[in-house]
Design a protein around this ligand. Structure first.
Ligand SMILES: [Zn+2]
Length: 170
């Protein structure tokens, strides 16, 4: 009698242990999956932010019109998911390249040269001035500025229009 009830007690204990460990396991898996998901999102964001611009070299050619990139201050650049860099002698050439979907890989980053300081800036952060008076290499007629007030000054001086990147590539 005593043995039986002891056995019963053990069985109860064991089933309780099982249930507990199963619950614990489920919780553990759920937390684990959440952490893995979080890590993937964080990693993907870091990847996106860490895409660095590539310098224009002396022999670089425009990926759209095949002309050499002689004047850096009009240049633009596109980096895709395959790590390939496409460089352009004119912002208009990059706009045409994007419109015609010349590359199949996902676009990771786009940069344009700040007209004032000849330094790469993120294309989506730049202020663009479109004016017929700009003598850009392929007559795209668009220059980019990091500084909003410099862009406004250029609009006044050249009777141009101020645009953002989505309007430039439209
Ligand atoms: Zn070009």
């Amino acid at each position: 009698m005593l043995t039986y009830s002891n056995e019963k007690r053990f069985a109860l204990l064991r089933s309780f242990e099982k249930a507990f460990s199963f619950r614990f396991y489920k919780h553990f898996v759920r937390t684990g999956l959440f952490l893995v998901g979080l890590a993937v999102v964080v990693f993907a964001n870091c990847q996106k932010q860490s895409v660095k611009s590539v310098a224009i070299e002396a022999n670089d050619m425009c990926s759209f019109c095949r002309m050499s990139i002689s004047e850096r201050r009009y240049a633009a650049e596109l980096l895709d998911a395959d790590g390939q860099a496409f460089k352009f002698d004119d912002i208009g050439c990059m706009a045409n390249f994007l419109r015609q979907k010349k590359n199949s890989a996902e676009i990771r980053a786009t940069f344009v040269m700040d007209f004032e300081h000849s330094q790469w800036i993120k294309a989506e952060n730049a202020f663009y001035v479109r004016a017929a008076g700009f003598q850009t290499p392929m007559n795209g007629g668009i220059v980019a500025f990091a500084n909003r007030s410099s862009a406004d000054d250029a609009v006044t001086k050249y009777h141009g229009t101020l645009q953002r990147f989505d309007e430039v590539v439209k």
